[in-house]
Write a protein of this length. Structure first.
Length: 311
């Protein structure tokens, strides 16, 4: 088992050490059509409350998103959610969390450069772009200008066409190659290497088998030489694996809220293969799983601190 690489992630005027322990990014969707919580946190007060709850449960970062990018949506197209509506959703939650917890690290889940700029001006520290700059070419320049943390995610196509994509047998090689291309564009635009984290994009234009191939080959993404984020939480491929028999005797995939244990298993697999950050809905459960995974990584180091016998 290879040791996890160490990095210092620069976030505006702050920094975050990556590699010694797993960093938890808690998900806060303030959309009425989230695949995971069905709009439970669309109300601003509930959104703020949940964001603070994530921090109390061990999240290091709260990732606020105002537009759903589930399969079939218009995200990334001319019919996408208007920027002013996205800001109307996210800014009250961002400002409320910062008011209660001025020290909180906030990530903004958006692919729109104008939304990212407004959120960073309101106190966010990180841009989490699920398109890796593909849906708004101005994002690279914005990230460079803002000097913030930048999560560059791999996505195949756009949500409206994901169900029509043909299977990719060499998905890991494809993701590595296309992440390299996106990285080059970001670096050429002036985004500092020390500000970039890579996310291979589980579920973003990938089918069931492709997601598992990415899990099995996650360590290959580390060869790019950047910190890694894994976002498997409640994804459809986990629900399909955990199929259940319903009251009508039919098999159906496990709904999002019944995918916790599968989420933990997939996240731990990524941690043991080099993930520095995991993006999750249940921070408390993931914190415990990550603590154990981190100890496994430490025990595998040549100068591991483990010794003696414990009951």
């Amino acid at each position: 088992m290879a040791a996890r690489q160490r990095f210092t992630w620069q976030l505006k005027a702050r920094s975050l050490e990556l590699g010694e322990r797993t960093i938890l990014m808690g998900v806060l969707n303030v959309t009425p059509d989230s695949f995971s919580n069905h709009g439970q946190h669309f109300d601003h007060h509930k959104a703020i409350e949940h964001g603070l709850h994530l921090l109390e449960c061990g999240a290091d970062i709260v990732d606020i998103g105002g537009e759903s990018t589930r399969p079939g949506t218009a995200a990334g197209t001319s019919e996408a959610l208007p920027e002013n509506e996205e800001l109307r959703r996210i800014l009250p939650a961002l400002e409320g969390i910062k008011k209660a917890r001025p020290d909180a690290l906030i990530s903004i889940d958006t692919y729109k450069s104008t939304v990212a700029k407004a959120a960073l001006e309101a106190g966010a520290h990180i841009i989490n772009d699920v398109s890796g700059g593909a849906w708004d070419p101005a994002m690279y320049a914005a990230a460079a200008e803002l000097g913030c943390g930048f999560v560059l995610t791999h996505t195949r196509g756009q949500p409206a066409e994901w169900k029509k994509l043909k299977p990719e047998p060499e998905i890991v090689k494809l993701v590595v190659r296309e992440l390299e291309e996106r990285l080059q564009l970001a670096l050429e635009a002036g985004v500092g290497r020390e500000r970039i984290v890579l996310d291979p994009g589980f579920g973003f234009g990938k089918g069931w088998e492709e997601n598992y191939r990415m899990l099995a080959g996650f360590d290959e993404f580390g060869r790019l030489g950047f910190p890694l984020l894994a976002g498997t939480s409640r994804k459809k491929f986990i629900g399909k694996t955990l199929e259940r028999v319903n009251t009508a005797g039919e098999r159906e995939e496990a709904p999002p809220r019944q995918r916790l244990y599968g989420t933990l298993a997939s996240a731990v697999a990524c941690i043991l293969k080099g993930a520095h950050i995991v993006r999750v809905h249940n921070a408390r459960a993931m914190r415990d799983a990550a603590l154990v995974a981190d100890e496994i990584l430490r025990a595998a180091e040549p100068a591991g601190r483990h010794g003696g016998t414990e009951e």
